[in-house]
Every structure is written in C-alpha cells, then in structure tokens.
Design a protein around this ligand. Structure first.
Ligand SMILES: *[C@@H]1O[C@H](CO)[C@@H](O)[C@H](O)[C@H]1NC(C)=O
Ligand SMILES: *[C@@H]1O[C@H](CO)[C@@H](O)[C@H](O)[C@H]1NC(C)=O
Length: 433
C-alpha cells in the first residue's frame, strides 16, 4: 500500500497543472492553419515559433512495411485521405518508415518495389491486383515515381492542408513490427547480442538512416519531428548493463539528427517497447546536444505488460502510467519535457459485448476510458494507432484488413463511430505554459 500511495501521489502531482486555455476554435473542414514553425520545447510544453503552445493530436500512418510506401493508396486518392485527416481535426501524422527506405527509396520506383516484394513472398496478387489499384486511384504515381517520392508527396500534401508530420523510424528491415524475434528490436552492437532480436538492427545503418531522413526533411517543411526508434525492446541477455546501450545510442542519434537538421523535434522512447523511462529518474539522458527539442514518447495498449489491470482498477493503471513514463511531465526536474503517447488503440470490432460497448470489447472499453481519462488529466500529446484500414501486404497476406484501423477497409470513413466519440475528450487544450 505504501508503494501504491506513492504512485498515486505521483499521478496527482502530474495532473495538478493550472492555467486552463480556451478550446481550439471550430475547425475548417479540409484545411487547418498550421502553427508557425519550427517547433521547440519549454518545460513540458511544445511551442510554435511564437512561443504559443502546440498540442500534438496525431494519427499514426504506417509506411514501414515491405513495399516501403505509406498504406492506403490502393483504396483512395492521397488527396482524399489527407483531407479526411484534416477534417477529423487531427493536426499531425506520425508517419512510420523503415531504415530500408532510406537506402532503397531514392532509386526504387513503386512498381519495382511491388514486383520485388511479390516475388520474394510468392504473392503475385500484390503486383497484379494491388499495384494497378494504386495507379488508378493515384495516377500521379508514374513508372518513375520512387518510394521516397511517395513519402514526399504524402508529407507535402499533408502540409498543404496544415497537417504537420513526425517521421518515425519504426524498423530497420521493412516489415510488420514488433516482436522479440523480428530482428528489429535492439542494436546489434549492444551487449548481449542475439540474432532473433537484432539481426537486422545495424547500429550504423540506423544512424545513417536517421541522418538521411533529417536532411531530407529540410526540403519538406511539414516535417517537424523525427522519432529515433519505435519500441526498443531487449531480449535474452540484452540490456543487462544499466541501460548503457540505450543511453549511448540514443545520445549519438540525437546529436546526429540535430546536426543534420536543427529544426526538428527529436522523439525518444524508453525501453520495454516505449513503456519504460524509469531510468531517467536516476540518470538523465544528456540531451544538451539538442536542447529545446527533446520530446519523450510512451506507448500503452490494453496488453502492455508494464500496466497490468488485474483488479480492473483504473486508478492503479493510471498510477502505472505515471510511474513508468508520465513522471516526465512533472515540472522542474532534470528530465522534465513534453510527453507524447505516440501509440494507443484498440480493435474496432468487439464481439460478444458488442451492443453494450458500441463495438469494442469489454477490456478495450475499460482500457480506453482509463487511458483517455489519463491523457485528459495531464493534457499530454498523443498519436492514435492507426489510420490504416488495411495494408498492401502484411505478414504474407495481400490486401490485409486492419481491424484496428480507424478508417474502414475502403479508407472512406470511420470504422467505428463509437471510437471517434470515445477519443473526443483528447482534443481539448486545457493547460499551457
Ligand atoms: C521516366 O524516366 C525516363 C528516363 O528519365 C523518361 O524518359 C520518361 O519520360 C519518364 N517517364 C515518365 C512517365 O515520367
Ligand atoms: C515476429 O515478426 C516477424 C516479422 O513480422 C514474423 O515473421 C514472425 O513470424 C513473428 N513471430 C511470431 C512468433 O509471431
């Protein structure tokens, strides 16, 4: 109980931040007024170029799977998807990419990418059925358009509608993420190497990839930030050295990105799949190389092991959020900084309790209400997982239907209207510097 009350105190401390601000004005459908850039940080806030708070309300958009192009262009024109994002009052996209993209992307036409993945996975439908849909829906993709050109088009079109982008280095080898054997989890040069978790995660390629994308972002003004790596996770004998590898590699990457592009926010996630920043309490990461740009990341799903809910008790779960990551929002600490809940989400199709919980299952319903309450309480930044109603190919399945997608399979609109209502409370800006 002692531990419990300590945790609750922590959470309460985080929530008790004054200065309510008025809500944002009603959005103009389709176009938003972007904040003056570049963005920077002060205490736990993200500020625009006029030192006014910017609250990140992002939606994740996957671009890190095998084909190395953002999903959905086989279903709707880019213009349609980006307008939907703006109309739904998101102001930001967290766009995931693989390190592979940065090496192949500048020279690989979309057509070549689809052909190659089709052959590698023996899935002719990918090139025969899906690719033609892409060029029908998005005729601006010509035989010469490279995969990196598509990223550019996505980012620039979003920006034309006032939507900013945070790039996220999601995996090294382009593929579905994240388990402990996909080879993308922890640096290959770190102590305790094992091939299951690290065979694709070349530290040097990762650094090159980050520097490349940071430089690339200079010619794409809508890009405001770069996430250094999604869901770092150690396995077997890794990370048994007091997080030494985490500190060393994150610091190197942060410095490198900042040297390449001084405008970008730099997003840093903790260990244990972006759920654990606890080590900062005893040793702050040296972020002096990117002062005024550091943003912490946190992920939380209903199945996240660091936030158990054995007693179906939301206060306990919130205490867990605060203990593992949320504490970074406390003012005047060495580690104080903005925190973005950069992944959370649920399956949109609950089964047995469908009618009671509006198409969410009971566990997801409880998890979501608790998490939304937590984020409302501390007015943190967020990025919901995820827009994609499906994938060109995922885990060997062509035209994979994503039941966690906010958009339906046709990428027309909300898959589950109740979910939209449940996250409405997250949009308000209630606190400020
Ligand atoms: C593609 O590139 C080639 C060589 O640069 C050029 O001749 C051709 O016109 C281009 N095709 C399209 C559709 O842009
Ligand atoms: C882990 O992920 C990889 C890459 O997506 C996949 O090939 C593999 O089957 C997954 N392993 C398990 C146990 O799910």
């Amino acid at each position: 109980m002692k531990v419990l009350s300590l945790l609750l105190t922590l959470v309460t401390g985080i929530s008790a931040l004054p200065n309510p601000l008025p809500q944002d004005p009603a959005p103009t459908p389709g176009v938003k007024t972007p904040p003056p850039l570049p963005l920077s940080t002060s205490s736990r806030w993200i500020l625009d170029a006029n030192n006014k708070r910017v609250k990140l309300r992002c939606i994740n958009w996957a671009g890190h799977l095998e084909t190395n192009i953002p999903e959905g262009l086989h279903r709707q024109p880019l213009d349609y998807i980006t307008t939907w994002i703006a109309t739904q009052n998101f102001n930001c996209v967290r766009l995931t990419f693989s390190s592979d993209l940065t090496f192949s992307g500048p020279t690989t036409p979309v057509h070549t990418s689809f052909t190659t993945v089709s052959q590698q996975q023996s899935k002719p439908a990918l090139i025969n059925d899906i690719y033609p849909l892409i060029i029908t829906k998005n005729p601006w993709i010509t035989p010469n358009t490279t995969t990196l050109d598509v990223f550019a088009a996505v980012v620039d079109t979003l920006w034309s509608k006032g939507i900013i982008t945070i790039l996220d280095n999601h995996v090294s080898k382009a593929s579905w993420c994240c388990n402990l054997t996909d080879g993308n989890g922890w640096w290959d040069t770190a102590s305790g190497y094992n091939p299951f978790n690290s065979r694709f995660f070349s530290t040097s390629s990762w650094l090159s990839s980050l520097a490349f994308m940071a430089t690339w972002a200079k010619s794409h003004p809508g890009v405001v930030g770069l996430g250094l790596r999604n869901e770092l996770r150690a396995f077997l004998l890794q990370d048994l050295n007091g997080r030494r590898d985490w500190y060393a590699n994150i610091q190197r990457a942060g410095n490198l990105v900042h040297q390449a592009n001084k405008d970008l926010l730099i997003l840093v996630g903790g260990a244990q799949s972006s759920t654990d920043l606890v080590h900062l309490k005893t040793r702050m990461l040296d972020t002096s190389g990117w002062e005024g740009k550091n943003v912490w990341e946190m992920h939380a799903y209903s199945f996240t092991v660091t936030f158990p809910d054995p007693f179906k008790n939301c206060d306990l779960v919130k205490a867990g959020y605060g203990f593992w990551s949320g504490f970074v929002l406390e003012q005047d600490r060495p580690y104080t900084g903005p925190l973005i809940m950069s992944e959370f989400g649920v399956g949109m199709q609950g089964s047995e309790v469908d009618s009671q919980y509006g198409g969410l299952n009971e566990q997801d319903h409880r998890y979501l209400d608790c998490l939304v309450g937590y984020l409302e309480g501390n007015d943190a930044e967020w990025a919901v997982w995820a827009i994609q109603g499906g994938y060109y190919i995922r885990e060997g399945t062509v035209d994979y239907d994503e039941t966690w997608g906010l958009m339906d399979r046709e990428w027309k609109g909300w898959r589950n209207e109740r979910f939209r209502q449940k996250i409405q409370g997250l949009y308000a800006v209630t606190q400020g510097p």
